[in-house]
Design a protein around this ligand. Structure first.
Ligand code: 6PG
Length: 252
């Protein structure tokens, strides 16, 4: 099956964030028009902060159907929700505190130790209650927003880690030895069930990996983010020029 892949390159993080905000808004409006509901799973890290801040600004916020929107997390670090490394903290400060998203419409991954297994199961139940997938079916987010680390990880699916092989759980703890930590993450089957996936990548430090991810030339060019192949929906790469600087000219 041909991969439904789109690559768009923007001048800088500011333009990248604006175009991504426009696509988020459009996806929300399309989903609510069609299904009276919009679900999005958001990554953490640092790149999406400016996108979230933009979505909270009046220019976008008043047009987003917040009352029919449910936001989820793609992954979370095993730290308290007020910890500097918490993805929830970043999303709360950049977005949630500045929007009329109704209470209960943001679904936080409670990744505080010690029982990550129960936290994963609880989050899967929360996804099921909100997205209501068909029996034995996968939950289908309307939009999944992903980043890419310099090592080609996405979500908390890091190279060489067990979660890369998870094919039944929707959410799983994942030990990341290279960071000496545990994470909680959505798994490939859920990411690939999404109606739309946008990778949001900026910065020169990603350029070398991005070229190898998008244009692999050897078996060594194998990275976790390549495992994101939506089964029925577009895969969009939204890049700034710095991250895209090593991509071959004109090759999508
Ligand atoms: C996380 C994110 C992770 C992120 C990449 C890129 O928990 O760190 O979910 O998958 O998207 O690490 O992070 P930056 O955007 O900060 O480069």
């Amino acid at each position: 099956m041909a991969l439904n892949r789109e690559i768009r390159v923007f001048r800088d993080l500011g333009e990248l964030s604006r175009r991504a905000a426009e696509r988020f808004l459009q996806a929300a409006q399309e989903s609510v028009a069609a299904r009276q509901f919009f679900s999005a799973a958001l990554s953490g890290g640092s790149t999406p902060r400016s996108l979230f801040q933009l979505l909270a600004e009046h220019e976008f916020s008043w047009r987003i159907p917040w009352a029919a929107t449910h936001l989820f997390q793609v992954d979370e670090r095993t730290v308290p929700p007020d910890h500097p490394e918490s993805n929830y903290k970043m999303i709360r400060e950049a977005l949630l505190e500045h929007t009329p998203l109704p209470a209960g419409h943001f679904h936080r991954m409670k990744a505080e130790p010690p029982n990550l297994g129960e936290a994963a199961a609880e989050y899967a139940r929360e996804i099921a209650a909100s997205l209501r997938p068909p029996p034995a079916g996968w939950p289908r987010f309307d939009l999944v927003l992903l980043g890419m680390g310099p090592d080609g990880h996405t979500a908390s699916l890091f190279p060489g880690t067990a979660a890369l092989d998870e094919r039944s759980a929707w959410v799983t703890p994942n030990h990341v030895p290279q960071l000496n930590t545990w994470r909680l993450t959505l798994t490939y089957p859920v990411l690939n069930a999404a109606r739309e996936v946008i990778f949001f990548v900026a910065g020169e430090d990603k350029a070398g990996t991005l070229r190898r991810v998008l244009h692999p030339e050897s078996p060594a060019d194998s990275f976790p983010c390549q495992g994101v192949i939506p089964s029925d929906g577009p895969l969009r790469w939204y890049l700034d020029q710095a991250a895209a600087k090593l991509l071959p000219e004109g090759v999508p």
